[in-house]
Design a protein around this ligand. Structure first.
Ligand code: NAP
Length: 290
């Protein structure tokens, strides 16, 4: 089974490397030559376009930014659909709206291409360590076929349901992580403004019921004032926007998600969109008189 990979950014680069390390023959394409260079050094073949990658592979993965980018990679000029042979499996691992994933899957199916939506959780560290959590929507037989590749990328790949179901699970994940980041930032801001060392608070709380990996990992990076992405604030804004659009469509009340979405809007509006989403702490500090 020959694999293709399109989108070699913070997440895609280490993921494609792990497929090569797992013994797969991998063909890659990215818009910028410098994004492809480390993969070619590791033994990947260079595709000339997404269409070219599709023509040479059985399964093509994409890890780009948002729905418009997936649409372009899958169905745009020189995209996957142009080069694919019938029977190709297209696995989009980007985080996009469930409805967008379903729409792209339907149009690819008309061309004989099976699409899985397979967004991930675990961040850059999980991508590097091959320890991502993978949430999959789509055809069970295609899922089974891709499983050996998923095993190189993550510790757990779960078939959640039909097309779009992986993106629904990812939206749930982003509710929990987005609200979690805001909660940790609020707690640290509260401690500091109360004249208490936030590092000591974190240390104490890690042993209690409020323990979370967000408190442990993101909390430490907040204390280190390390706002280098990681996960860019504008991407978390994009994900909370997906959640709010779905809430609107379904007539759901999601009050904590709504407040978190507003925080990320303000973060991007304040010029911090390219920083990690934990820069939420800086914004809360500024709004609290720092
Ligand atoms: P990133 O570093 O910005 O990488 C995205 C890559 O996709 C870039 O290399 C970009 O190319 C490429 N790309 C975007 N649009 C494209 C297009 N139309 N055609 C070809 N290539 C295109 O972002 P990332 O952090 O890896 O995130 C990728 C996806 O994973 C997002 O959907 C994000 O929400 C999700 N995700 C991220 C994390 C995280 O912690 N970072 C965790 C879980 C999920 P250029 O370099 O040329 O711009």
């Amino acid at each position: 089974m020959k694999l293709g990979f399109v989108g070699l950014g913070i997440m895609g680069r280490p993921m494609a490397l792990n497929l090569i390390k797992g013994g797969f023959e991998v063909c890659v394409w990215a818009r910028r030559a410098e994004s492809m260079a480390p993969l070619l050094e590791a033994g990947a073949q260079a595709g000339a376009s997404a269409a070219d990658v599709a023509a040479r592979c059985d399964v093509v993965f994409s890890m780009v930014a948002d729905a418009a980018d997936v649409e372009q990679v899958a169905l745009g000029a020189a995209g996957v659909a142009e080069g694919a042979r019938p029977g190709l499996i297209f696995v989009d691992m980007s985080t996009i709206a469930p409805a967008a994933a379903q729409s792209i899957a339907t149009r690819l199916a008309e061309r004989g291409i099976t699409m899985l939506d397979a967004p991930v959780s675990g961040g850059e560290v999980g991508a590097i360590n091959g320890a991502l959590t993978i949430m999959v929507g789509g055809d069970a037989a295609a899922f089974a076929r891709v499983q050996p590749a998923f095993a190189c990328l993550g510790k757990a790949a779960t078939l959640i349901g039909a097309s779009g179901a992986g993106q629904v699970a990812k939206a749930c994940n982003q509710i929990l992580t987005g609200v979690g980041v805001m909660a940790v930032a609020e707690a640290f801001n509260f401690a500091r403004k109360s004249g208490v060392d936030a590092a000591r608070v974190r240390e104490a709380l890690l042993g209690g019921f409020a323990y979370s990996r967000i408190l442990e990992n993101h909390g430490q990076r907040m204390l280190d004032r390390n706002f280098k992405p990681g996960f860019k604030a504008w991407m978390h804004q994009k994900d909370m926007n997906i959640v709010m659009q779905e809430a609107h469509r379904l007539g759901l009340m999601l009050p904590s998600s709504a407040a978190t979405a507003q925080l990320f809007n303000a973060l991007v509006g304040s010029g911090m969109g390219e920083e990690d989403s934990i820069a939420a702490l800086k914004l809360l500090e500024q709004l609290s008189g720092e």
